[in-house]
Design a protein around this ligand. Structure first.
Ligand code: ADP
Ligand code: MG
Length: 624
């Protein structure tokens, strides 16, 4: 039975719950959704507080629940040790990854001198970046629930294109901790492109640059969008360059130009005042040519400071030029020219600075697109992605990468990968196999999913038997195994014996019954066990090769007994026994050694028999 709910906020019947899109930013975070009636993506602005939630968490001294957003931001300078910002920089990182940057934060990062993930210390409690990110996500979720008057349990969350597996995993975990089922982690530039409507039509073929200058980070990504597949051709940037640096150069300029008292460095309230005034100047100058304000030194004593657009441009030019250098690098890495780009999209609050807009447009040789609100564009794109996943846009093809490797079992129970993990789907790949035993007429094709070398440690998706292979000596049949993974994640496996054109086909649903957690667990296991896997694989390969050699030698001696002396037969038997005995152990080296010896011993016999056969053939006789 389908449940139908009436949503009081939107005034509509709601068949499906709303899935929100979340931009979990370094400086600011936002949540957005697609309105069920207008089908437009909208940023959620709960209680007129604006859509932007500063990514700041403050722990009150009285031990009350943490404050998140603007309320927490107030404490950045007055209570820095209990106020955590830029936590996104710490996600999925170890203390070692952070290096000297750990000292630059106002709060305490724990150094346990390990490879383990970092923790943040507030009073006597330790918090992981995942927990802190979950606090931010919880706030966003609460705002969405309040504004939409409906429970929100599922979300799409964006991450920078350069985030690695562990950072993506950490983001997913943060979502789960905040009570959200994270349906997908989407690259920020991909979300931005979606918000601009690029890629929504499967026939779209576009190459775009996404220039994202936020509060503390800069990244540039070149994307190719084709048949609904978003491919990151290159990405570059500077994780320590953003709007905060623009504020800093303004504050430094004022400090020297207006000879501000030294208390502006020592007193947190004055520091705060200076920083906020600098940010205000920066924002004001995005629309005006002159800025003036007063800084209050102490009661009744004011200093007037000014800044013109031209002065500001001069101050920030070196910073903007650094972003352009990164753009040049990204373009080079993508092996494209600026003229190959269909669009340049602007993302991040700092792209409102006119010098940024002008510099980017000039570098790429076309006016950058800034028609969408640069603060909201990533969240809006995430909302569109969420809407697609909710099944509300059936015109849009659902495209993804396959999270785990798909392959088949080969001799010795090893996985032979056919479609590697992270391949874009739809995709097609194949490989040729043969039989291992003379006269083999059936070939079992067992399909597995996972990253481990041994099939027993991966997940079996299914198996089938290719029958009717004409009897031939081992190694002669040519069996093509083809995998076709379609856009819905459904795998079709086909096996064809090329000499006889015998074929067989099955359809397999790889995702079926596999939860995200299981996928993640399998990936984790493969990382943890990588070393042992290699050893186990080598042993299995040696065993398989030994079995094959024994099979061949057995065949050979049986067929050519008449050409071998009694001693040769005894020596061969003895060496075969040695190989068999080595096979009972779990050491690879004795197996290889015994095989080598058997090979050495029998090679001259084989050569002799070959010569005899050739002579017989020349004499017009039939070879046995
Ligand atoms: P992030 O993605 O890193 O969380 P945002 O995209 O929200 O960051 O960008 C925040 C930055 O944008 C801040 O440094 C803020 O001062 C800056 N910003 C916001 N509005 C403007 C504006 N009108 N002019 C210049 N900078 C702005
Ligand atoms: Mg951002």
């Amino acid at each position: 039975m389908a449940t139908v709910a009436i949503n009081l906020a939107t005034g509509t019947f709601q068949q499906e719950e709303i899935i929100v899109g979340i931009d979990l930013g370094t400086t600011n975070s936002l949540v957005a959704y697609v309105h069920p009636d207008s089908r437009q993506p909208l940023a959620i602005n709960d209680q007129g507080r604006g859509s932007i939630v500063p990514s700041v968490v403050h722990f009150p001294t009285d031990g009350a629940d943490p404050l998140v957003g603007n309320d927490a931001r107030e404490f950045l300078l007055t209570d820095p040790q209990r106020t955590v910002y830029s936590v996104k920089r710490l996600l999925g990182k170890s203390y070692r990854d952070l290096g000297s940057h750990a000292d630059q934060l106002g709060y305490k990062i724990i150094d346990d001198n390990s490879e383990g993930l970092v923790k943040i210390r507030v009073d006597d409690r330790f918090y992981s970046p995942i927990e802190l990110s979950a606090d931010i996500l919880r706030e966003l979720r609460a705002r969405a629930e309040h504004a939409l008057k409906t429970p929100v349990n599922r979300a799409v969350i964006t991450v920078p294109a350069y985030f690695n597996d562990s950072q993506r995993q950490a983001t997913r975990d943060a979502g789960r901790l905040a009570g959200l089922e994270v349906l997908r982690i989407v690259n920020e530039p991909t979300a931005a492109a979606l918000a601009y409507g690029i890629g929504l039509d499967p026939s779209d073929e576009k190459t775009v640059a996404v220039y994202d200058l936020g509060g503390g980070t800069f990244d540039i990504s070149i994307l190719r969008i084709q048949q609904g597949i978003f491919e990151v051709l290159s990405t570059h940037g500077d994780t320590y360059l953003g709007g905060d640096d623009l504020d800093r150069v303004v504050a430094e300029h004022w400090t020297s130009a207006f000879q501000l008292p030294a208390t502006f460095h020592s007193d947190p309230h004055l520091q705060q005042q200076l920083r906020l005034a600098a940010e205000m100047a920066k924002k004001y100058l995005s629309q005006h040519d002159d800025f003036t304000t007063h800084l209050t030194v102490e009661a009744g004593q004011n200093i007037s400071v000014t800044l013109t657009r031209l002065q500001f441009d001069d101050l920030i030019r070196p910073l903007v030029e650094r972003t352009i250098a990164a753009c040049r690098q990204a373009l080079t890495d993508s092996t494209l020219a600026a003229t190959d780009l269909d669009a340049v999209l602007l993302v991040g609050g700092s792209t409102r600075v006119p010098l940024v807009y002008d510099s980017v447009s000039e570098f790429f040789g076309q006016p950058a697109n800034k028609s969408l609100n640069p603060d909201e564009v990533v969240a809006l794109g995430a909302a569109i992605q969420a809407d697609i996943l909710a099944g509300n846009r059936r015109d849009v093809l659902l495209l993804d990468v396959t999270p785990l490797t798909l392959g088949i079992e080969t001799l010795g129970g090893l996985l032979d990968p056919i479609i590697p993990r992270n391949s874009k789907i739809p995709t097609k790949a194949g490989r040729q196999y043969t039989t291992s035993v003379d006269g083999q007429v059936n070939l079992k094709i067992a399909v597995y999913q996972g990253e481990r070398d041994q099939v027993s440690q991966n997940r079996k998706l299914g198996e089938f038997v290719l029958t009717g292979i004409p009897a031939m000596p081992a190694g002669l049949p040519k069996v093509d195994v083809n995998f076709l993974l379609n856009a819905d994640g459904i795998l079709q496996v086909e096996a064809v014996e090329l000499r006889s054109n015998t074929r067989q086909q099955v359809e397999i649903k790889p995702q079926y019954g596999l939860t995200d957690e299981q996928v993640e667990q399998m990936l984790m296991d493969s990382l943890v066990n990588a070393k042992e896997d290699v050893a186990a694989r080598l042993l299995i390969e040696a065993r398989t090769a030994a079995e094959q050699l024994l099979y061949q030698v057995g065949n050979f001696t049986r067929k050519n007994q008449q050409h071998l002396t009694e001693e040769e037969l005894t020596a061969t038997e003895a060496q075969v026994a040695k190989v068999r005995s080595a096979l009972t152990g779990t050491d690879r080296d004795p197996i290889l050694k015994a095989m080598d010896e058997l090979d050495e011993l029998t090679r001259p016999y084989a050569e002799r028999v070959m010569n005899i056969s050739i002579q017989q053939a020349m004499a017009g006789k039939k070879i046995s």
